[in-house]
Design a protein around this ligand. Structure first.
Ligand code: PXL
Length: 275
């Protein structure tokens, strides 16, 4: 069985990070180890959330895992939230990166032109350091602009996004996947593997939910360890994320703080068979 380690926070309520990665990746038949980097009462879009930094524990966990000689087919890094945690993430990569595994990095720090609560300039700088050490970088357009120190625009052409992907690749990662790309009233992602571009677009619903980036990256990671190509993994992740958004949109009791990914898991398993 393949094994992924998911390194991100536990937001106790809010359907993002570990509470999304663990069920999605496990449902794909892949062992999911978790390294929780912090624990929050909710994700940071709520007011008055609590935040407990688990840095002291992370170092001890890395030490134990090294002694046990654990290995990972894929290292998935999501929301980190502090520069101290980013330093530990870099240390984790040094300890566990091999020639045969894949490091996927979601520089979760901003969306729709705005930094998440609690994210500062130091964190953005540290993220650039992490980019040098990863195989796949998966930002949205706001995060891409921050990493490249470009102004964020509300609209981009596909050509502009392809150039952004190339520039991001120059920061270090061979592969770049930019999400939240809109084209002809559809929404999807553009991928770059250092040579070629690929993309997939699906129906756009005029809503915005938290955690869609985490749903996307979890299903992408679960696909990549099952030897799907970057292009097929992007297809699976965009189709699954869109289905999660549709189910939430059509749910009269749906919440805005996360998507109904649970109800879309049977569809995800069909996608894995198809691609
Ligand atoms: O989904 C990204 C994310 C992860 N973790 C925390 C967040 C967010 C986005 O707001 O606040 C704690």
């Amino acid at each position: 069985m393949k094994r992924i380690v998911s390194i991100q926070d536990i937001s106790c309520i809010g359907k993002c990070s570990e509470t999304v990665a663990l069920p999605i990746i496990s449902s794909m038949g892949v062992e999911t180890a978790i390294l929780p980097t912090s624990i929050l009462s909710t994700h940071t879009a709520f007011s008055n959330f609590t935040f407990k930094n688990l840095s002291d524990e992370i170092y001890k966990i890395i030490k134990h895992w090294k002694e046990e000689n654990f290995q990972f087919d894929l290292i998935y890094i999501g929301y980190t939230g502090t520069d101290e945690i980013l330093d530990l993430v870099m240390y984790f990569i040094e300890q566990f990166k091999t020639d045969n595994n894949i490091v996927v990095f979601d520089p979760a720090m901003a969306d729709h032109g705005k930094l998440y609560s609690g994210i500062n300039k130091n964190i953005v700088e540290k993220m650039k350091g992490v980019c040098k050490k990863v195989d796949i970088l998966r930002p949205n357009l706001t995060e891409a602009s921050l990493l490249l120190e470009r102004e964020y625009n509300e609209q981009y052409s596909v050509k502009e996004i392809e150039n952004i992907a190339k520039e991001l690749s120059n920061l270090g990662p061979k592969n770049v996947i930019i999400t939240g790309v809109e084209e002809n009233n559809k929404i999807g992602a553009i991928g770059y593997n250092g040579k070629e571009f690929c993309s997939n677009f699906e129906t756009k619903y005029n809503v915005s939910y938290h955690g869609t980036g985490d749903v996307f990256t979890s299903s992408l990671a679960g696909s990549l360890v099952q030897n799907k190509s970057l292009e097929d993994a992007i297809k699976i992740a965009t189709k699954f994320t869109t289905e999660c958004v549709r189910l939430t949109y059509e749910d009269i009791n749906g919440t805005k703080y996360g998507v109904n990914f649970e109800e879309a898991i049977p569809y995800l398993l069909k996608l894995i068979q198809k691609y």
